[in-house]
Design a protein around this ligand. Structure first.
Ligand SMILES: [Zn+2]
Length: 440
């Protein structure tokens, strides 16, 4: 089959005057062409680095909950860190006291406890279908309750399932809980044929021994990291909402150290580990992250909905950290649409310069006064080729010899921006869904 599009997207750039020939999913030829073009643009399909399909049913309830939180009690006393936490807050560059996140995570637990297994399974099927319609081909799915692996298979989504390990309550004897999680993982693998591995949810919801043992397997790991200010308050200072939860369960809180140091001590600062969110990381520590070989998944819509700090995206890109984009879940405002994530990332990074500059100017710290925000091309690349590389996939690029899933758009104007912002949303078409078998 020969395609003569108006343009193809290579490394986030629109390239005109090319035609491509695809045979059995393989791009067997990419050559220049002067023949009449057809009115569409072809891109590699999207890659989703972080998803929780099981929360699809909570989209309306949570949206309403978050709206009413912001309208009525933005700074509720029990959710608010003390004034002395300003050092941590300013380090994270978008002022966030973590109050919204704290309320949200408790509401999520409440909703989860009320939902039947059948309803959460149905949610997974709807969310997986939505992702496919939105041009996503490959997903790193994070699953607590069963359903999403089979949903991915049914929707035709490739990827991997990270079966979430949470041992916050079971820390004294986590073996029974781990056995239960292992059996969920086996069921999911059987239902889907996809790779399913046990994965620590975060540094704050998993006991230290289990974290070390999961780290020692050298499996791929995708861990929530630095999403809110509470993690560092808990691990480094032994206080905040997680310490309060511990106290309520009768456990004593032990300080573990700074986030990145604790991660390192567990052997989790290494290639094959993806850090999801990274909102609360010091821009000055980005080089340490880059040197370690970890990748980072950004979830801009979720972070925006939950009023988390904006990650230092420019620093991460400049340091060469492999980045992917993730939709997180409908419980935090994301609808399985990477263009929604790209748009939010552009909004976030175009405002951060001003906040960042103001912070550095008032603090007197050294600051490279670069006007560079993240560009549309960079954002597109993170959602496609770059995201694929971050997840360990090769050949996710329009290039001769590659077998990469392809999607097409029909924009009125030939510019990348018009593919991202709302208005073109119905027009994604699948050109080629085939891909070489995943072999990691
Ligand atoms: Zn998540």
């Amino acid at each position: 089959m020969i395609y003569r599009p108006r343009a193809v997207i290579i490394d986030g750039r629109l390239e005109e005057g090319l035609e491509l020939e695809v045979e059995e999913g393989v791009i067997c030829s990419l050559r220049s062409s002067s023949r009449k073009e057809e009115p569409y643009v072809i891109s590699p399909a999207f890659v989703n680095g972080h998803s929780h399909m099981e929360y699809w049913n909570f989209r309306y309830t949570m949206s309403h909950f978050l709206r009413s939180l912001k309208e009525h009690s933005p700074d509720s006393p029990e959710g608010k860190p003390k004034d002395t936490d300003q050092a941590i807050l300013s380090k994270s560059r978008r002022a966030s006291n973590g109050a919204t996140w704290a309320k949200w995570v408790q509401e999520l637990q409440r909703l989860k406890a009320q939902e039947s297994p059948q309803d959460s399974r149905t949610a997974c099927f709807q969310a997986a279908q939505r992702q496919k319609l939105n041009g996503i081909a490959f997903v790193w799915e994070h699953s607590d309750r069963p359903g999403s692996a089979e949903a991915m298979k049914t929707a035709g989504l490739d990827g991997r399932v990270f079966q979430e390990v949470i041992t916050f309550r079971e820390r004294l004897n986590p073996l029974d809980k781990l056995e239960l999680i292992r059996s969920k993982a086996e069921t999911q693998a059987r239902e889907s044929g996809l790779p399913v591995t046990l994965n620590p949810h975060s540094l704050y919801l998993v006991d230290q021994e289990t974290l070390s043992s999961l780290s020692s397997t050298q499996n791929l790991i995708s861990i929530h990291f630095g999403e809110s200010v509470w993690e560092e308050l808990y691990l480094n200072e032994g206080r905040g909402i997680f310490a309060q939860w511990e106290e309520a369960l009768g456990f004593k809180t032990e300080k573990k150290g700074l986030l990145l140091d604790f991660l390192d001590s567990l052997g989790l600062l290494r290639r094959g580990v993806q850090l999801v969110h990274c909102c609360v990381i010091d821009p000055f520590l980005v080089s340490k992250i880059a040197d370690s070989g970890v990748s980072v998944c950004l979830c801009p819509v979720s972070n925006h909905s939950l009023e988390c700090p904006i990650p230092p995206v420019r620093n991460l890109i400049d340091a060469g950290v492999p980045l992917s984009l993730g939709t997180d879940s409908a419980a935090s405002g994301s609808f399985g649409d990477l263009r929604q994530e790209m748009a939010q990332l552009l909004l976030d990074t175009h405002s951060v310069d001003y906040q960042e500059r103001a912070f550095f100017l008032t603090s007197g710290a050294a600051y490279n006064d670069s006007p560079d925000s993240v560009t549309t091309e960079e954002v597109w690349r993170i959602a496609t080729e770059g995201g694929a590389e971050a997840l360990g996939l090769s050949g996710w690029k329009i290039q001769e010899g590659n077998q990469v899933p392809l999607i097409a758009f029909q924009p009125e104007k030939l510019e990348l921006e018009s593919l991202i912002w709302p208005g073109e949303r119905e027009e994604i078409q699948w050109v080629n869904e085939q891909r070489k078998p995943f072999s990691m």
